[in-house]
Design a protein around this ligand. Structure first.
Ligand code: 13P
Ligand code: ZN
Length: 263
């Protein structure tokens, strides 16, 4: 709820823009067991996620305004269960009045699956926001992980600390499409966040604060870069964090940066 309130206050969730999910753990399931009433009907996934066989995921509903999550949780979100093969899902709680999981459900599931494959099983939150400076910058720079990462790392010192593996970036794709889920899944094997050109950004993280923090840091750096560029007559800002300085930050904080993004 706090993430939704904070993010809405920042203007990241116009109308039903953005979505949020949480992969439940064993303790959650024990605590929530009395509330779970699985529907009989299963819904097939276009892209199976065997890594998530039997998992339960809390997911915002399609068309739901995240700003309403505190007031009306059972309409705004719900819990789904994956079948024993990770090929279909059924609702277990929420999604009142025939609400359905977000149109980005398959992208969220793909992000969890890729996190599990990458050994990041602690990642239990996937979050997608329509962060305005990210969208603005995506109209200006090429959709390449290296271009995005270097632009942000070199704009604001904190960037490499928060996302030492860099961030992914994709060209424009149809929202909620299997192609977007597949491409995001590939990039999120390495990166905790992935920019969707002219659309927004998705992040995976261990908790809600961390997911918010990653997107907040990317969004803030993008805004600073755009502001500095505008103040410089549209030209590239003159004083950027150098590669030597980026390496010094990593040494000081014991970080292992993505070497492919350093010169
Ligand atoms: P949903 O309302 O289906 O979650 O879609 C919002 C969105 O941001 C799609 O990318
Ligand atoms: Zn979106």
């Amino acid at each position: 709820t706090r993430l939704c309130v904070d993010a809405c206050a920042r203007g990241w969730h116009e109308a039903n823009g953005g979505n949020l999910s949480y992969r439940l753990d064993e303790d959650d399931l024990v605590a929530l067991a009395p509330l779970l009433e699985p529907e009989s009907q299963w819904h097939g996934l276009k892209r199976a996620v065997p890594e998530l066989a039997g998992a339960h995921v809390l997911m915002s509903a399609s068309g739901a305004y995240l700003s309403n999550v505190a007031y009306d949780p059972s309409h705004i979100c719900g819990i789904i269960q994956l079948d024993a093969c990770g090929e279909s899902w059924r609702a277990c709680w929420g999604f009142a009045d025939d609400a359905r999981p977000s149109s980005e459900l398959e992208t969220h599931l793909a992000a969890y699956a890729t996190a599990l494959r990458a050994g990041d099983g602690a990642d239990r939150v996937v979050y997608h926001a329509h962060a305005p400076h990210v969208i603005a910058l995506s109209t200006l720079i090429e959709p390449s992980p290296r271009a995005w990462t270097r632009t942000l790392w070199r704009t604001m010192t904190e960037g490499i600390v928060v996302f030492p593996q860099g961030i992914g970036a994709l060209p424009w794709m149809v929202p909620g499409s299997p192609e977007l889920a597949e491409a995001t899944c590939e990039l999120m094997a390495v990166h905790r966040a992935c920019v969707w050109t002219q659309h927004g950004i998705m992040a995976r993280a261990a908790g809600f604060d961390e997911a918010f923090g990653i997107i907040d840091t990317v969004e803030k750096s993008a805004g600073i870069h755009l502001g500095a560029r505008a103040a410089n007559g549209g030209a590239e800002p003159r004083h950027l964090v150098s590669d030597e300085q980026l390496r010094a930050i990593c040494e000081r904080y014991g970080l292992t940066p993505n070497e492919g993004f350093l010169d």
